[in-house]
Design a binder for this molecule. Structure first.
Ligand SMILES: [Zn+2]
Length: 414
């Protein structure tokens, strides 16, 4: 059954090419376009009339269309929101004071341990639906609020169930090395042992994760500890992503490049030394460590933004993600993130668009599947409710410009 989506005034994102540096300001698009879809995949993209090839024609009546957004960094599975910490911060409490009052990652961990798999799944399902309504059709979700063997596995099983329950593309990341549980505060290497010797073998055997991640940060996991987690993960066939350089120049970029990690995420604190390492990480086939920036965190915590403008000017292929989590970035909309990227980090709308589509797909090595509307890619696309939508997304902060979401060529019931 071949379905033709016709009457598209402008189709954005018609190239699978990862965008580096100045290329990020260009978005490939086709005017008066049609998309031919078969078995959930794009069979043809054209501005010619090919309605004779289709079994069914769906006329989109002059709407603009873009590929579904790719959110490459989220913590979507958590027990409950932490708005009380948000209010404490507004009233001037410091990170340490919030932690002392039982807040932070350990707060989420404690609550998650007491929440059942079904409850976690139900709560996360609502969030995933909300994300799809905002245009996200490919999503990475991390563990990391378990911090014990049982609770980490519980989280990853919830992510597995989300994969089976939603038609969108979901990838799971094992982030057992997110923080040190209280009982390991004085013996952090023992917790690293727990991650690599007790958690990893079970996770690998049950195939619960697609990648591994470490919070390589001042006061959290050292570069040596991060290297160890990543190296053992690699033995189990798990490619890595790193949380690094959020609170300080942490060595996270060095760990990521040394281990050929697929991405290093945060980068609020980095210099030309780190940009140069990242740039040199790319081989001639374009394999390298993608820099992922998370402006939601800077917005909520009132911290400096990652130097995305400088990194693009330096020639890097920047990615944007929500970092959706209950503590530092309760933002689930990549439309909002595009707006923050433009107003706070001086990215152009075109750069922000590429950073949440093809570049984001590349950071998950999924660029043949998602992030563009090209022959062979999944037919995951958004029908927009306005013209010039690419620029109006960052312009209309807080407005949802997505009218309809098609996943594998099938309209998702929003
Ligand atoms: Zn994160």
């Amino acid at each position: 059954m071949k379905i033709l989506f016709s009457g598209i005034s402008k189709l954005y994102g018609t190239s699978r090419q990862v965008r580096f540096g100045s290329q990020m300001d260009e978005v490939k698009s086709i005017l008066n376009a049609s998309i031919l879809v078969e078995n959930g995949r794009v069979l043809a993209v054209t501005s010619e009339d090919i309605s004779d090839q289709a079994d069914q024609v769906i006329n989109l009546n002059g709407a603009e269309v873009m590929p579904g957004f790719v959110d490459s960094h989220t913590h979507t599975v958590f027990a409950v929101p932490r708005e009380e910490e948000f209010v404490m911060r507004l009233k001037g409490a410091s990170y340490e004071e919030i932690a002392a009052a039982g807040g932070g990652i350990l707060n989420s961990a404690q609550k998650l341990r007491r929440t059942s798999e079904d409850e976690l799944f139900d709560a996360a399902s609502v969030r995933v639906r909300n994300m799809i309504a905002q245009g996200t059709t490919a999503l990475e979700i991390k563990s990391g609020y378990g911090l014990s063997v049982d609770a980490e596995i519980k989280m990853l099983r919830v992510i597995k169930k989300l994969k089976e329950s939603f038609p969108i593309t979901i990838r799971a990341t094992f982030l057992g090395a997110h923080a040190f549980p209280k009982e390991y505060k004085e013996k952090t290497d023992d917790y690293v042992d727990l991650v690599v010797k007790d958690m990893l073998p079970i996770i690998a055997a049950e195939e619960l994760a697609d990648h591994i991640d470490v919070f390589c940060e001042r006061g959290f996991f050292s570069s040596d500890q991060a290297n160890r987690v990543i190296e053992v993960g690699a033995k189990y066939g798990l490619p890595s992503k790193i949380h690094g350089n959020q609170l300080a120049v942490s060595g996270g970029v060095q760990v990521a490049v040394r281990n050929q990690s697929w991405s290093v995420d945060h980068l609020e604190h980095c210099t030309e030394v780190e940009w140069n390492l990242l740039k040199n990480s790319f081989d001639e086939d374009g394999n390298g460590t993608m820099p992922v920036v998370l402006p939601g965190v800077s917005y909520y915590l009132d911290l400096p933004y990652a130097p995305a403008r400088e990194m693009i000017d330096y020639g890097l292929p920047v990615v944007l993600a929500t970092d959706f989590n209950p503590g530092s970035s309760p933002v689930h909309s990549l439309q909002t993130v595009q707006s923050l990227a433009c107003t706070q980090m001086k990215m152009t709308p075109e750069e922000a668009f590429n950073a949440v589509t093809i570049n984001a797909a590349r950071s998950l090595r999924l660029e043949d599947e998602v992030g563009s509307i090209t022959v062979g890619s999944r037919a995951d696309f958004l029908v927009m409710n306005q013209q010039n939508a690419l620029q109006r997304i960052p312009y209309y902060l807080g407005q949802n410009l997505v009218k309809e979401v098609y996943i594998g060529g099938v309209k998702f019931d929003l």
